[in-house]
Ligand binder design. Sequence first.
Ligand code: FES
Ligand SMILES: [Fe+2]
Length: 342
Amino acid sequence: MKYLRNTWYVAAWSDEISGDRPLARTLLDTPVALYRRSDNTTAAILDRCPHRFAPLSAGCVKDNQVFCAYHGLGFDGTGTCTHNPHGPIRRSMDIPSYRTHEAHRAVWIWMGEQQQADPALIPDLSYLAGAPETAFSKGNMVAQGNYEIFVDNILDLSHTDYLHPTTLGGAGITGTKPEVHETDDFVDVTWFVPNQSPSPLLKSLFAELPEKTDTFQRVRWYAPGVMRLVAGSMAAGAPEAEAMANFNAHILTPETATSSHYFYAATRNFRVEDGELNQQIAATREHIFGTEDKPMIEAIQNRMGDAEFWSLNPLLFSIDAAPVRVRRRLQRLIDAEQGDPC
Ligand code: FES
Ligand SMILES: [Fe+2]
């Protein structure tokens, strides 16, 4: 599968990577071993020993190097072979490494041309870094579906009316045309639903909400699969500044052509010291993603099989405005990177 390579992907949440054992993660069809050095910086190397191809992640981290569990070769975070108990070290023993950078509570990895890896290109998710612990939650999962199906899912929130009717749905997104706005750096899609009953989830969490609210949902997509979602509700007719708002991140990193790492996180602007509410929101989200979105995306992948998305002639409605623009834009970026003139 062709992936956009010269870009930052999230490889892990920061607290998933330690200095004890490497973390094994397949990213863009490539096995990667991630670990932390004693100066707290992170490193990523190919997770395949060049001797007999053992996963280096099965080994241990010592003195800022990873030692193969099979016959003891050692490598540093640049992929340079540093130890060979069986003879001299030659440069042919070196393995690929990947630049990493820690930002917004996540470890980002650059799988393309290593000289091009510029941390300034990481999308701004600083609202996650600054969130108090009692108003922050996160998680991640692997799902057996292509990452673009997940991206479609967030860029078309009309699915909440059908897939999540007892929680997020019912607030009238279907009846609202999404507004799409593009710049060189991102694609924005916004839904504004005036004067509706709050969603079932909001009603169950907040008895004090008025009968009728205005709600807005805004997704900002950065290539290839990083999305910021802000969702807010306020009394009908009130200014947006009075909204109870959630600030979410939905981040997709391809594992393979048909599986994805899904990283998600949220913070909010109300009851930020209420740790119990925080847990309640996190548990509800796990339930919704794990029992509704993930199975649907996996079922879609199953029905699509190996077919390319456009080859199946999908019907297109106004709800698809943002997903279609993003799919086409991502394809242009991938083609440009691969030097495809068409
Ligand atoms: S497989 Fe790693 S040293 Fe032999
Ligand atoms: Fe969903």
